[in-house]
Design a protein. Sequence first.
Lengths: 247, 253
Amino acid sequence: MNDITISIQDKTYRSRHVDDRQHQAIADLQLGVGRNEFVCLLGPSGCGKTTLLNMIAGLDSHYQGQIRIGSQAATAKIGYVFQNPRLLPWYTVRQNIEVVFAQTPPTALIDSLLADMQLSDVQQVYPERLSLGMQRRVAIIRAFAINPDILLMDEPFVSLDAPSARQVRNLLYSLWQQRPHTVLFVSHDLREAIALADRLIFLSPPPMRIVSDIPVHIPRDLRNDETQIEAFRERLLSEHPAINGLL
Amino acid sequence: MLTGTFKFNHTALTLLSLLMLLGIWQLAAGLANSPTLPYPARVALVFWQATQSGELPYHLGVTLLRLVVSFSIAMVLGCAIGVTLGNNKTLDAFFDHWLVIFLNIPALVTIILCYVWFGLAESAAILAVVINKLPNVIVTIREGTRALDKDLLEMAESYRFDRKKTFLHVIWPQLHPFVMAATRSGLALIWKIILVVELLGRSNGMGYQLHLFFQLFDVASLLAYTFAFVAVIQLIEWLLLRPLDRKALRWRR
């Protein structure tokens, strides 16, 4: 049974530039994501991946079609890690995490997440005093802490240097294994996607459609093995040459 | 270190500057030798007597009360209208012309019209001040609303913040500097308008008293009231506005 069912006939927006032309972002998109599945969306920049995540998150409702989340979309808890951290600068790291709770925030869970992400020492610090990498980790904790039904992540590791990106990726992965939930992860890094995902969805330039939908069969305990990832990547690119043009 | 000997600390500098002003006044009063420019000591004495008799505190209190009431009304209304216009392009385009007209009506005209239409009453006086101040607040808060960070609003929406929570945690902290700016410019403006309002149509308050002193050519009393006035404004700045600023801006780098 699907956890997210996406069926979009048309998503068009008017360009904000002078020409005032209509741009079709999504023409026809059918996608089902299973419960606790980790799905990576890959495609050229500007192909509408962020638009799609915003539509799933309920931030954008100007489209023709339907997005169903679980049984009732309105009450589904969604954790959204945006491309930029989007922390409230007037609150400390800890307050930024606690503020998203409608009821009392779970102190023990937040403590352990902060420890996992190595942020315990800076929890009383204001975000603008932290590096971008630390801010991103706070944003990830914020999304995880609410124990979301669905986790949306929009290139959360972009603009991090390679070692930090790998570190945060490993942390994310272990968090997800401890508390599995449905993940939609936008990336443009194929290796990263293979290391994380159950399924890779390759998307075309706008109007966006699905080019290919490829399951990743590497066992979970081998995902840290670079040679496995590399082997999968090469096989993928040789079997589906069209993908090369999308990355 | 080299300039250390010439560097006064802040308090000494303030003191020296004020003493200098007092010295110039003393000198000018000596040279003029006229009742229209009394010595500082004479003004101090008048100030003391007026305070003792309760006359100065009464009129200052009346003016302060008018200030608080009209300021509060103007701020609450101005914030509400400013946020609405900042959020709604059509309404904003419609009412923008009204705002421009009201911004450019001289304060004196509003005051006279209010007294003519509503009589020489307290409510007319308050209304006149509010009408003068309101457009400024609206324009400032509208700017603040337009500058709201859309990214943070989306964050709040995706994490299902309700309206109250979004306002308290996301919108208000961003509006705060604009509200403070409106408060500061508002106080400065209202102080001045309120005196004219009192001068034209009230039988108490600072403006009424100043008018009386003018007719009696009582410059010493006029100056004594003025200093009380200036002191109160400074007290508001130090005791109320500065601490509010500090509290709200401690997160800034």
